[in-house]
Design a protein around this ligand. Structure first.
Ligand code: NAD
Length: 497
């Protein structure tokens, strides 16, 4: 039997064990008997060391010229390109999604690193005319200091990279805590950064649970920003923890994304979009299309075709190239999905297909659930309102465009929405009226590009956007600078203040 590898925290440029010596097993959700590695079960003392190291390193890193910082980030991208396949396989094993999707996850980290490396030569501020003669006015970006990054398991390399890379180019240092279920992908990213030449202490990786590691990461006075992606419930805890000291915090949280299918839609496109939007990553994308609102004229036809395509999905181990959908992340998530399938039935929705966990043969080893469709879902049912984060899609009928948009907006979240229609006027009206951070026309709710801002409205976010140049606004703050070369006394300028 081969030895289970042990993975360590990365603190002050050293790979170290947790102060308590405790570890956590990382198991494959497609085969829970497979232990992929053991990771450090860290606590407050480990976090303290990491924050101290980040604080020391900040004194030097903030003074490294941004184009030089960016060159290292460019090398991160180059190494990720070389090791993409290996990292994708590691990710499929620890997280379950199919290889095509984990390749896409690593690719997002690559894209983010290349894009942000370019920003190192820009990080633009403003120069503006001053009000007085012989005076110069400009604004520049300043780093914040030590940033705590707390990330979820569903995009285990992409999301850490979306925070880490912009944080570093702006001149901050970081402590990163990946989700308990997916430390390996974050480890691979941090190892890559080390290999690319990021100096010791600039990035610190501390693995462990949300309560034990996350809490001290949010409350320590040296930490200036908490950047969090995860559930709305945990986001509220983060927000409350940051409030007393007015720490910056950016929150990317839950969703209940929606596809609108109009009567003039190309139905084959809409069905395909609903299948991949709903069941890609087993419905565990933050942008997953967990609701489809369909015009009543094409409602029955849409459901028949959606169910037919869904029944063809092959569920299994994501490393198998013939598999379309992997397991859900863990036992607790599987129980949540099973529970919502029951809730849907008890609320009176019609179960069109699926509805059960998969427990036969090889599938009994992991956390598998059938891709599940409910039709005749009413807008106020829990399955139409609450984030399930699993392979369950609710289909709701609508009488017309206005009603479809109203139903689509009637949730507390606002991440992603899509419309399928051939009518350009309706497409633009929906683009204007959907209260979401991301909107698609004739394409599903999934698939973001790193040079555009990413994030949501309402209880999905707190007003920030990751990715794009907008991410720089999270990880830096503005300083306005006035240079007076007139030699005038201040008193002479007072009426201009
Ligand atoms: P989660 O909220 O359970 O955990 C997210 C992270 O927070 C993990 O690292 C976890 O260990 C940590 N954490 C948990 N409790 C904590 C606490 N009390 N203090 C500090 N940290 C704590 O979320 P999850 O299950 O990992 O991820 C799924 C959720 O993430 C879904 O709601 C999904 O919609 C959301 N998500 C949102 C986006 C987005 O961009 N809006 C992207 C991906 C995932």
């Amino acid at each position: 039997m081969s030895r289970v590898p042990e993975f360590r925290n990365f603190i002050n440029g050293e790979w170290t064990t947790s102060c308590s010596g405790a570890t956590i097993e990382n198991r494959n959700p497609a085969d829970r008997s497979q232990v992929l590695g053991v990771f450090q079960k860290s606590g407050a003392q480990d976090v303290l060391k990491a924050i101290e190291a980040a604080g020391e390193a900040y004194k030097r890193w903030r003074l490294v010229p941004a184009p030089r910082r960016a060159e290292i980030l460019f090398r991160v991208a180059e190494i990720l390109v070389r090791r993409k396949e290996e990292f994708a396989r590691d990710m499929t094993q620890e997280m379950g999604k199919v290889l095509a999707e984990t390749r896409g996850d690593v690719q997002e980290a690559i894209d983010m690193s290349y894009f942000t490396a370019g920003e190192g030569r820009r990080l633009y501020g403003q120069t503006t005319p001053a009000e007085l003669p012989n005076k110069f006015a400009m604004s520049v970006r300043s780093p914040l200091g030590v940033c705590s990054l707390i990330t979820p398991w569903n995009f285990p390399m992409a999301i850490p990279s979306w925070k880490l890379i912009p944080a570093l180019v702006c001149g901050n240092t970081v402590v990163l805590k990946p989700a308990t279920d997916t430390p390996h992908s974050a480890y691979n990213l941090v190892k890559t950064c080390e290999e690319a030449g990021i100096p010791g202490g600039v990035i610190n990786l501390v693995t462990g649970s949300g309560a034990e590691v996350g809490t001290p990461m949010m409350t320590h006075p040296e930490v200036k920003l908490v950047s969090f992606t995860g559930s709305t419930e945990t986001g509220k805890t983060v927000s409350e923890a940051c409030a007393p000291a007015f720490k910056h915090c950016n929150l990317e949280m839950g969703g209940k994304n929606v596809i609108i299918v109009m009567d003039d839609a190309k139905l084959d496109l809409a069905v395909e979009g609903a299948v991949w939007g709903g069941f890609g990553t087993s419905g565990q994308r933050c942008t997953a299309a967990s609701r489809v609102v369909v015009h009543k004229k094409v409602y029955n036809q849409f459901i028949d075709r959606f169910a037919t395509q869904t029944r063809l999905l092959r569920v299994g181990n994501g490393l198998d190239p013939n598999v379309d959908m992997g397991p859900v992340i863990n036992e607790s998530q599987l129980k949540t999905v099973i529970n919502y399938a029951e809730i849907g039935k008890s609320e009176g929705a019609r179960l069109v297909c699926g509805g059960n966990p998969l427990q036969k043969g090889e599938l009994a080893k992991g956390f598998f659930h059938e891709p599940t469709i409910f039709s005749d879902v009413a807008p106020k049912m829990r399955i139409a309102q609450e984030e399930i984060f699993g392979p369950i899609v609710s289909v709701l009928p609508a009488n017309d465009f206005e009603e479809a948009v109203e139903i689509a907006n009637d949730v507390k979240y606002g991440l992603s929405a899509a419309i399928y229609t051939q009518d350009i006027n309706r497409a633009f009206a929906a683009m204007r009226d959907m209260v979401t951070g991301i909107f698609y026309v004739n394409s599903s709710t999934i698939g973001a590009e790193v040079h555009l801002p990413f994030g949501g409205t309402k209880q999905t976010g707190n007003g920030h956007r990751e990715a794009g140049i907008q991410a720089l606004d999270i990880f830096s703050e503005w300083k306005s600078i006035y240079v007076d070369y007139s030699g005038r006394l201040q008193k002479a300028q007072i009426d201009h203040d």
